[in-house]
Design a protein around this ligand. Structure first.
Ligand code: DX5
Ligand code: ZN
Length: 224
């Protein structure tokens, strides 16, 4: 029974007090999801290696850095040095994802590739051998607090089926619009890791919200 991992996204956290935001998920999060945006690949700018480094100094929990940037190859090393443990980049920004996956792995980090809702699962099938996890976006990247695009969930099973066909085991992470009311559908789709942002950090009591999500995850058998 594989425990489904919880990846709180701090995008909607109170940035006036990051230490408090991290403490609110400490012990409940399997990884902390950090959404890096460059205002180029997505119409929003968030933060870079400086904030990753600050969060690194606040927690021992692994850091899951989601690069929504146009030129990830140029910055992977900076994020690795800042303390990222997992580094994912978007398949939409390169025709050669294998090169960037290799770069991340050579730095000793877990390498992930991200698919926007409209990008077919097949886009990653040729690279699964050097991929540690695939991040399936269930919202258009750029902002927290959006409604889930349930049609994108089908890709989770497609990717896991293809990985099985290739004799590989890799994890699929679902990111965007995950709430208590749709969590079962996300888990039934086969998600191994769920990113939850505003459902936790826009809640009146983020820790209580994270505990409730954790409780639901721990009740779910997890689908291999
Ligand atoms: C959106 C980010 C997501 C987002 C999740 O571009 O990649 O990680 O912050 O936040 P919610 O859970 O509020 O959709
Ligand atoms: Zn994200």
């Amino acid at each position: 029974m594989a425990r489904v991992k919880l990846a709180p996204s701090i995008l909607n956290a109170d940035f006036r007090d990051l230490a408090r935001a991290i403490a609110q998920v400490e012990g409940l999060a399997d990884v902390i999801h950090l959404d890096v945006m460059d205002g180029n690949f997505v119409p929003n700018i968030t933060f870079g290696p400086l904030v990753v480094k600050a969060v690194r100094e606040l927690t021992e929990t692994p850091l899951d850095v989601h690069l929504m940037i146009a030129h990830p190859a140029e910055f992977v090393e900076d994020f690795a040095r800042a303390g990222a443990d997992w580094i994912s980049f978007h398949a939409e920004v390169t025709r050669h994802p294998g090169e960037i996956l290799g770069l991340v792995r050579n730095l000793g980090k877990r390498a992930g590739i991200v698919l926007n809702p409209q990008t077919p699962a097949e886009r990653v099938f040729d690279h699964l051998e050097i991929t540690d996890y695939v991040l399936v976006m269930t919202v258009m990247p750029g902002f927290g607090g959006q409604e889930i695009i349930p049609e994108a969930l089908g890709k989770v099973g497609e990717i896991k089926g293809e990985a099985r066909r290739q004799g590989l085991s890799l994890e699929v992470e679902v990111d965007g619009g995950v709430k208590a009311h749709n969590l079962d559908a996300v888990l039934d789709a086969g998600a191994d890791i769920v990113v939850v942002g505003s459902s936790i950090y826009s809640a009146p009591d983020p820790r209580a919200a994270a505990e409730e999500i954790r409780r639901v995850l721990d009740m779910h058998p997890g689908i291999t």
